[in-house]
Design a protein around this ligand. Structure first.
Ligand code: GLP
Length: 240
């Protein structure tokens, strides 16, 4: 395993460090004359990060970002749109900014044809020159974005069926949305850099398998072992 591992005693140490590193990373991408293309995650893990990020938009130069949401539920309707990841990013980040990022892209969960929408998304990402930095969380079952166990390592942006475990943890009450559109593992592995964040003991087993067991499709995050520039941000619960 040649990934960089940053282990923090508590979440209170992790998120400020993540934000500071992002500041430096954005600066270095801009110095190369490029607007940073970021793949952005959702999930509970990332809420404290967005809270910090929206307090420091100038330092992070958020107005220069080209943001691509990692994944989205499908199909969405007017009734379920509030559950969407687009709404999450709007609520936790975009709506709190005075100046918006250059680009805010998401797979459209309301689109009539998921396959067409996924091809559009993949093309748009290519048109912007690919991902400079993909920021990821990890599911209890080892998923990254919505690449569930069994997802091929060369998969591209596509529609998928969510696993029972994911439905249980993401829809605690009310009806679940059974499908999603997600950047593929192949799409993510083409990012120049990947940062992955995990906190709490609930993620410990997934993190252990992803980092220390041979890469296998049963643990989607283990594909990150095949990427030359991965940084894990872990608290003491997620990594013993
Ligand atoms: C979600 C997302 C992932 C996220 C993961 C973990 O449903 N599709 O991108 O990393 O599951 O979520 P949480 O941080 O809430 O544990």
């Amino acid at each position: 395993m040649n990934a960089e591992i940053l282990r923090f005693e508590t979440e209170a140490d992790l998120y400020p460090n993540l934000t500071l590193r992002l500041e430096l990373e954005i600066k270095s991408i801009l110095e190369k004359g490029r607007s940073p293309v970021l793949a952005l995650p959702t999930g509970n893990t990332m809420i404290p990060f967005y809270r910090l990020a929206r307090e420091r938009p100038e330092a992070l130069q958020v107005s220069t970002w080209k943001c691509f949401q990692l994944d989205e539920y499908f199909p969405l309707t007017a009734e379920t749109e509030h559950l969407s990841f687009r709404s999450y990013l709007e609520e936790h980040f975009y709506s709190k900014l005075k100046t918006l990022p250059l680009l805010r892209e998401s797979p459209n969960g309301l689109a009539p044809d998921a396959n067409l929408e996924c091809s559009r998304y993949e093309r748009k990402l290519k048109d912007e020159g690919g991902i400079d930095l993909a920021i990821l969380g990890i599911g209890v079952n080892g998923h990254i974005a919505f690449n569930e166990p069994g997802a091929p390592f060369d998969s591209r942006t596509r529609a998928i069926a969510l696993h029972a475990e994911t439905l249980r943890s993401n829809f605690k009450s009310g009806p679940a949305i059974p499908h999603a559109m997600t950047m593929g593992i192949g799409t993510l592995l083409e990012a120049k850099k990947i940062w992955i964040i995990a906190v709490s003991t609930t993620k410990r087993e997934a993190v252990r398998k992803a980092m220390y067991e041979p890469p296998a499709v049963e643990v989607p995050a283990s594909a990150l072992q095949l990427h030359p520039s991965v940084t894990w941000f872990l608290d003491s619960g997620a990594h013993g």
